[in-house]
Design a protein around this ligand. Structure first.
Ligand code: CTP
Ligand code: MG
Length: 257
């Protein structure tokens, strides 16, 4: 890291987790006694290349996140806990605006690189964060992902195969997705002038709203997103393998507000 950089991680936790089909949003479910969101926050807290974190959560969850997660776990880098929006991209846009607001208020320096991460991906680690920052320094815009292992079919609504793209050209996309802050802010601002359909990640915003090319960098096959219940089992196995010292903090109350 050059001393001029000020890098901010946006950790997203404002989703409702509908595909998990339970009441508690998945990012607050526990694995080894810690809420899922804790794992991403911890990876950012421990990485010297990350200077601040914006945690984005649901409208009724800011108090819970501040009092039950940020304070008791002593996450020093969390500069704000803010409310997200209806769609994932609304949550990201609010975080980008909060970063701007804090800069204008003199609370933080100008943001160099912004890393947008799904709080529902607890397998984030120092290696992935390192590759994200290397990638963004070289390319200005990069998304973590992995070469597709399965053959992918493009189908119509009846399931009839229309096309089988060359697997060698296909990547599955993960987070963090990392950008020069000004590039991502400009792309998002432009997107809201005439909101397109079907925006599912931040790279798409840059692809569609700017001429800047996005580069894929290696995430990890373990960097899964908790989306449906069976993902919990997989995440548990990977977390246990990667964190030998996982212990339950019994002194911290975890009940949801
Ligand atoms: N997210 C967000 N704001 C939204 C929607 C999603 O911050 N309005 C976050 C989620 O909390 C999650 C990440 O974006 O960390 C990826 O989204 P996804 O896996 O789709 O989570 P949910 O939207 O919560 O799940 P579902 O789509 O099943 O409802
Ligand atoms: Mg969703």
């Amino acid at each position: 890291m050059t001393s001029q950089e000020f890098n901010i991680a946006v950790v997203l936790a404002a989703g409702k987790g509908k595909r998990m089909a339970i009441d508690t949003p998945k990012q607050y479910l526990h694995l080894f006694g810690h809420p899922i969101i804790w794992y991403s926050l911890k990876a950012c807290e421990e990485d010297p290349q990350i200077n601040a974190v914006i945690l984005v959560c649901g409208p009724d969850e800011t108090e819970y996140c501040r009092e039950r997660i940020v304070k008791p776990y002593r996450f020093q880098k969390v500069a704000a806990v803010i409310e997200g929006g209806a769609e994932r991209y609304d949550s990201v846009w609010r975080a980008l605006q909060e970063i701007r607001r804090q800069k204008e208020a003199g609370l933080i320096p100008a943001c160099t690189y912004v890393l947008v991460h799904d709080g529902a991906r607890p397998l984030l680690n120092a290696q992935i964060l390192g590759r994200c920052l290397e990638g963004v320094r070289e390319h200005g815009a990069c998304a973590a992902g992995m070469p597709a292992k399965d053959t992918i079919k493009i189908c119509d609504e009846k399931g009839t195969v229309l096309q089988t793209p060359d697997r060698a050209a296909l990547w599955t996309v993960q987070t963090p997705q990392t950008f020069e802050y000004d590039l991502l802010y400009g792309a998002y601002r432009k997107m809201y002038e005439n909101l397109p359909q079907g925006i599912t990640d931040d790279a798409m915003v840059v692809e569609q709203m700017t001429d800047h090319k996005v580069t894929m960098i290696m995430g990890s096959y373990r960097n899964i997103k908790i989306t449906t219940p069976e993902d919990m089992e997989l995440a548990k196995a990977y977390l246990a393998d990667e964190n030998e010292n996982l212990t339950t903090r019994e002194d911290i109350a975890h009940e949801r507000v």
